[in-house]
Design a protein around this ligand. Structure first.
Ligand SMILES: [Zn+2]
Ligand SMILES: [Zn+2]
Length: 395
């Protein structure tokens, strides 16, 4: 019997329990305990990845929770919190290719002991191992060689974003920077904001990979803004590994992400005059409106530039990608309404996926109930984002 689990594998830690920064600038509430409670109580997640577990400060906090019996080790990897949230440990590591391009990669390991050994080993390459997403001063192929020695799940992060990603700044093809053998060691590909399966399936070398849509949350609010549904037999690290390689029927059965047009790097954007194209034309290097050279290339333009299929070619295993409009984007949902909704439905996943129109409109009014239904079915009207500014829902 397989069960379905809401999963967000990319959540950052801002600060240790003792008050030392791990990711600056984030919130002081973004501690390991803060994340666990938010994920269970408010978001309604089943599986989360703590992505700063390379930091000895985070490892110390995790160890303390195990000692207190709050995190219970699962024999095939990962930890259970309050019996029903699986916590997996990950590291986000920056690598540098020969062209100077930087990219982020996620490395997941089954337990605190293995992560501690990995962290000790990586500390010879990373200057400040206590901080998040640090540069390891090596190309990705070297990181893959090291991490695969630890039986890690290795996943290139937010691969299309204009900063610190493989397709963004390192290469037009991953096969240009990795051998076939090294590419075979990647467990999945993380899409990131501003890209969905339809865009990514225009690149043929990605066909066989499972896609992940994770939040990359730098605050408690943003946890589960993007997420996946995993179909697993039980909650464990080993089951996640099986799902990514689609073994024994385990698999990712849905991706939930922002409509790419809502992402803040979707279209090219002029930093000088604010110009964003609203047609399918890719602007040249100069802004067509003010003629300046300050264009930030959008994810859409970048994928169009490097695609080898003009239309998406979805493989049979590709699950549906649902456009999820986060509750925070819905006009009229402020703190007050949110508190009322949570009092009734307990978690955001319940509000987004299961609440009926009748109960929603009774609590929050017809307008908000309409928006939530439209968000659920992906039919809300949207104006595109670009240059670091989020898109908007048209009212
Ligand atoms: Zn990153
Ligand atoms: Zn990140």
């Amino acid at each position: 019997m397989l069960n379905q689990y809401f999963t967000d594998l990319h959540i950052h830690v801002g600060m240790s329990q003792a008050g030392k920064w791990i990711k600056i600038p984030t919130s002081r509430r973004l501690t390991v305990c803060g994340i666990l409670d938010e994920a269970v109580e408010r978001k309604g997640m089943d599986i989360i990845g703590i992505i700063d577990a390379l930091s000895p400060l985070v490892l110390g906090d995790l160890r303390a929770l195990v000692d207190q019996g709050l995190l219970v080790p699962v024999s095939s990897g990962g930890y259970l919190y309050r019996d029903h949230l699986l916590v997996v440990l990950g590291a986000e590591i920056e690598t540098k290719e020969t062209n100077g391009g930087l990219a982020h990669t996620l490395v997941f390991l089954p337990d605190i002991e293995t992560m501690t050994t990995f962290s000790n080993y990586m500390s010879q390459f990373i200057r400040n191992i206590t901080l998040s997403s640090q540069n390891a001063h090596m190309p990705l192929k070297q990181l893959i060689q090291i991490a695969s020695g630890f039986d890690a799940l290795i996943i290139p992060a937010h691969v299309f974003t204009p900063h610190k990603s493989l397709y963004g700044v390192c290469c037009n093809r991953i096969s240009h920077v990795l051998s076939d053998q090294d590419m075979g060691k990647l467990a999945a590909i993380e899409l990131g904001l501003s890209a969905d399966s339809s865009l990514a399936d225009q690149i043929s070398e990605l066909t066989d990979f499972t896609f992940l849509s994770n939040s990359d949350a730098h605050s408690l609010d943003k946890i589960a803004r993007e997420y996946n549904v995993f179909s697993l037999n039980t909650l464990s690290f080993e089951e996640i590994a099986k799902a990514l390689s689609r073994k024994d029927n385990r698999q990712v059965i849905a991706n939930y992400g922002l409509d790419p047009r809502l992402g803040k790097y979707h279209r090219t954007f002029c930093q000088e005059c604010g110009f964003t194209p609203d047609t399918e034309d890719v602007p040249a290097s100069k802004c067509p409106q003010c003629n300046s050279n300050t264009l930030t290339k959008g994810v859409w333009e970048r994928i169009t530039e490097i695609a080898d299929h003009a239309k998406p070619h979805h493989p049979l295993h590709r699950p549906q990608y649902f456009y999820q409009i986060p509750l925070e984007f819905i006009p009229g949902i402020g703190k007050k309404v949110m508190t009322k909704l949570l009092a009734e439905f307990k978690t955001e996943m319940n509000i987004i996926h299961y609440a009926t129109y009748e109960t929603l409109s009774h609590i929050a009014g017809n307008k908000i109930a309409d928006y939530i239904m439209k968000a659920r079915t992906g039919t809300a009207a949207i104006s595109a984002g670009g240059g670091g500014i989020y898109g908007r829902i048209k009212i």
